[in-house]
Design a protein around this ligand. Sequence first.
Ligand SMILES: *Cc1c(COP(=O)(O)O)cnc(C)c1O
Length: 376
Amino acid sequence: MFEKIQVFTPKYRVEECLQEVRECLEIGWTGMGFKTTEIEKQWCKYTGLPHSHFLNSATAALHVAIAMFKHCDKWEDGDEIITTPLTFVSSNHAILYEKLKPVFADIDRHLCLDPVSVEAAITPRTRAVMFVALGGNTGQLKAIAEICKRHKLRLILDAAHMAGSRLDGQDPGLLADVTCYSFQAVKNLPTADSGMVCFQDTKLDEEARKFSWLGINKDTYARSQAGNYKWKYGVEYAGFKYNGSAIMAGLALVGLKYLDEDNTRRREIAAKYDSLLGQVDWIDRVEMASDCVSARHLYQIMIDDRDSMIEHLNKAEIFPGVHYRDNTEYDMYANGAGLCPRAKAASDRLLTLPIHLRLTDADIERVSAAVLSFRS
Ligand SMILES: *Cc1c(COP(=O)(O)O)cnc(C)c1O
């Protein structure tokens, strides 16, 4: 019997990770500070972004991003954020956390927000656009950034799939007001759970540090340097406990060392699938933006009769994924149902083939052969 091939399986450099964790345990510092400060510094260096704040997830990062803009730009409850239905629910939940309204716009041939559809969705209450670079592909991000500038809207980048993507040779986060990365276990830079929120603005970054640490205006590490008065911190409001830990930061520091190398391998895997499946007339592929070097978090195809294909692959011990179900199919987002026919059509046909660092070339051939055998 064949071995199981999962859509994602994280690969850790175990000895190096254990060394990082050991260091935390030995000195007795496992929470915020120490390695969290180090990963923030290194992430700024890696991306070229001015601020990075390490949190316990990208979901937290997205919430922090929206909360900071709502507070600082004085948005009101019910103000609108234009967003995509083809995403993990975190992107849209984050809008609801702050009592704002997700307004769904349709996707383009890259499966990312379509600029024409975004512009048509703008109303006097629109405050921001939430852009998701699906699979690491930046789609028409530049056109979206231009629309945001023209209409004075904030651009929030859900970069959960995008650690290491490049747009014109730079981190795409440079185009956004805030960028949220995920270092969840199956993402390109795997820890267990953690993420990063990166604001362009210094004031917002400072506010975000308070908000993600219960509203306390000094973090523990800074307090431990503050002599006899370290207990005398101020608490300004009921913030959240969203900070990342030194243990997770240790894993992220190891992952970051290998991120470019790993993404290169992901692109090789994608190229191999392209060469094996690219000429098949019943398989549609997602068009990559020509100015983007994608981190290739996903390799997606679109086919009719997708659900039967999944069953067919499962019989061959291959377990693909679907990214994502059109969010307007969930009751809580049903207010957007019917507004985005392209997202709906894609959602019914999308299939994510296995793509991760443990796949061998033989595995890719086995997956491709199994896909092709569906119709022969
Ligand atoms: C994984 C993911 C998130 C959430 O990331 P977490 O770190 O697990 O909170 C948000 N958006 C997208 C598109 C994702 O894939």
